[in-house]
Design a protein around this ligand. Structure first.
Ligand code: ATP
Length: 634
């Protein structure tokens, strides 16, 4: 028996105190998840022990690795017992006293902000153990680590502190003993426990026993032939893997290969995106097994970052069991498996996009922004990933309708060598951009990019399927030869008028240049405007406006490139200014118009003009107009 002096007292980390308070007062009904979480922790401890035994001879013995449930209905307790790695004194303090996962803190912040938050998510954030306090007034953890000969007894009533004292003569492993709360006697009843294990823990890879009876099936679903599996079995395994209640996955991919490398893989795409729900970056849900033995959970090296939303298992008999994380990345077989897996996931998505477009869009709306990262990071597959991206476009009048680069090219036809796009703050701002006028006239489709990341992606990509990706606010814009469109239209496009060569227009250009000085890179006649008097374009070789705006958001000192002001010689206002330019009395007025038109163009693109000047100038224009009006009613 330990001396009272041996008993140490510790306080929980503040976040854990908040979590425990929340859990023990929670009205959340589905308390079965506590059992699921504790059995899952026991199974993890057995996985780790098995791995150590495979690699280190000194820890091998004849004992089976098992989990036992030991209910005591009279004493109103339930013990979950495993002979896994156990915990040392220090591990008890750090693992059962602080929250290690960053995800847990995110979870907690979310919960504290919203008392009604759904606690069914609990298992996904590494707070599984603490759910014990939903069922128990007090919890004991009696444990001996495989590395030590003495054991420890950890105890807490969940109110803010815990104690640790030495415990003698313990077998290796951990017993979590729940002293059940009033009203939770059912969790010490055998039939109820059998039901819970069959429901939530049948896939646990180690035997879960109650007395002599094994309650779980230990199914390695990923290694079973597809023909023997139905949706229910697949879904159940998904729920086991993800700890997600009754959710079904959006899609799954089950592959088995025999040569050149033997491996099985079962991959799921979840039906909710926790990142977009504000839970921060998700942890990887891929597990790596060799001959059914877990080598690594959270194996982030198995798929690239842009597929981090996937859950699943890869199991290969060709992989060595004793391989470190670092060595794994250099292992040829591992690299080949990863390559095949990535390719098959992308092929699956491509096929889904073609054959089940609605389902694909559901997936895309949920995970498209994560997948998109691959265009910039996965050089080998970038074209394939770009083909999976979807955009709004001038082709459709229906808000929210999306199109792919492939569909764009199909509509554009062989002759068009460019894929045109335009970025902007939002869809309505983009649609008002005067740069679009010539595209409407020539009936050329333009992709609308309201998300700056899409624009970064396309500008990185440069080409798709041999077509150049072109932002239409660039000065050096090329159009396909499309005589049909031009002939069919009555209006003559600006480029075919000779207004730009009249002396009046030339004078206007020089007055505009004078007025704008350093504000603009150049002033010139426009070939792209049909209605608006002016628009701004970016000099050859410079980034699109939207890209520059993004850069300025992250770096206040970023200098936006000077723009070129293009003037439409056939716009009525410009024609009138050309007529007036012959009389030098109007020169100052034309210069004022130049500054105001420049400011207007800036505003249209969401760029700040010189506010004071613009305000006083418009007031002056209004005063002049008001002067010309008569109070006499005619
Ligand atoms: N039965 C056990 N044997 C050995 N260590 C355990 C056991 N149960 C819990 N632990 C240790 O306590 C830690 C905290 O457990 P908890 O359930 O809160 O989170 P987790 O298991 O790490 O995360 P997740 O629930 O997301 O897997 C575990 O990571 C593990 O190190």
């Amino acid at each position: 028996m330990a001396q009272a002096a041996d008993k140490e007292q510790f306080t929980f980390q503040t976040e854990i105190k908040q979590l425990l308070h929340l859990l023990s007062h929670s009205l959340y009904q589905n308390r079965e998840i506590t059992i699921r979480e504790l059995v899952s922790n026991a199974s993890d401890a057995l996985d780790k022990m098995r791995f150590i035994q495979v690699n280190e001879e000194q820890y091998r013995d004849d004992e089976d690795l098992v989990i036992r449930l030991e209910p005591d209905s009279e004493g109103r307790t339930l013990s979950i017992v495993d002979n896994g790695i156990g915990l040392t004194h220090d591990e008890l303090i750090s693992n059962l006293g602080t929250i290690a996962h960053s995800g847990s803190l995110e979870f907690l912040n979310k919960l504290s902000g919203d008392a009604a938050a759904d606690l069914s998510l609990i298992g996904q954030f590494g707070v599984g153990f603490y759910s014990a306090f939903m069922l128990a007034d007090s919890v004991e953890v009696i444990t001996r680590s495989y590395q030590e000969s003495t054991g420890w007894r950890w105890e807490s009533d969940g109110s803010g502190s815990f104690t640790i004292e030495p415990a003698e003569d313990l077998p290796r492993g951990t017993t979590v003993k729940l002293h059940l709360k009033e009203g939770y006697d059912e969790f010490s009843q055998e039939e109820r426990l059998k039901y819970i294990i069959r429901k939530h823990s049948t896939f646990v890879p180690h035997p879960v026993r109650l007395g002599d009876e094994q309650l779980n099936e230990q199914r390695a679903v990923w290694a079973e032939p597809k023909s023997q599996l139905d949706d229910e079995a697949y879904d159940k395994f998904y729920q086991y893997l993800t700890h997600r209640g009754d959710e079904s996955p959006l899609w799954r991919l089950h592959l088995s290969a025999d040569s050149p490398i033997q491996f099985h893989t079962l991959v799921y795409c979840p039906a909710t995106n926790l990142e977009s729900m504000g839970f921060g970056r998700v942890e990887h849900g891929m597990h790596l097994c060799a001959k059914r033995i877990l080598v690594q959970d959270d194996c982030r090296e198995l798929v690239p970052e842009y597929m981090r939303f996937l859950y699943g298992i890869v199991d290969s008999a060709d992989l060595p069991l004793n391989v470190s994380r670092q060595a794994l990345q250099d292992d040829t077989i591992f690299r080949k498996i990863r390559k095949v897996l990535v390719k098959r996931v992308l092929d699956h998505l491509t096929k889904m996009a073609e054959q089940q477009p609605e389902e694909y869009l559901t997936f895309y709306r949920m995970f498209g922004t994560t997948l998109r990262e691959g265009v910039s990071t996965d050089f080998e597959n970038r074209e394939k990933i770009a083909g999976l991206m979807r955009f709004e476009s001038s082709h459709s009048d229906t808000a929210g309708e999306l199109t792919s680069l492939g569909e764009y090219i199909e509509r554009a036809g062989e002759d068009q060598k460019q894929i045109y796009y335009l970025g902007g703050a939002d869809l309505s701002a983009i649609e008002k951009n005067p740069n679009l006028e010539i595209f409407r006239k020539k009936k050329l489709e333009v992709l609308y990019l309201a998300d700056p990341v899409d624009e970064i992606m396309l500008s990185n990509l440069l080409t798709y399927d041999g077509k150049q990706l072109t932002s239409i606010d660039a000065a050096d814009l090329a159009f396909p030869e499309d005589e049909e469109t031009d002939k069919s239209d009555d209006e003559t496009p600006a480029e075919e008028t000779d207004e730009s060569s009249t002396p009046g227009f030339e004078k206007v250009v020089s007055l505009f240049k004078e007025a704008l000085g350093d504000l603009a890179e150049d002033v010139r006649a426009s070939k792209r405007l049909t209605d608006s008097p002016v628009c701004l374009v970016n000099p050859e070789g410079s980034m699109s406006t939207q890209m520059q705006k993004v850069l300025r958001m992250s770096n206040k000192d970023f200098q936006m490139a000077k723009r070129i002001l293009e003037i439409n010689p056939s716009a009525p206002l410009i024609k009138r200014l050309s007529d007036l330019s012959g009389n030098s009395d109007h020169s100052e007025f034309i210069r004022q118009c130049a500054r105001q038109l420049f400011d207007n163009a800036m505003l249209l693109e969401g760029l700040p003009p010189s506010v004071e000047d613009a305000v006083s100038r418009t007031q002056q224009f209004m005063s002049e107009l008001a002067e010309k009006r008569s109070p006499i009613i005619t």
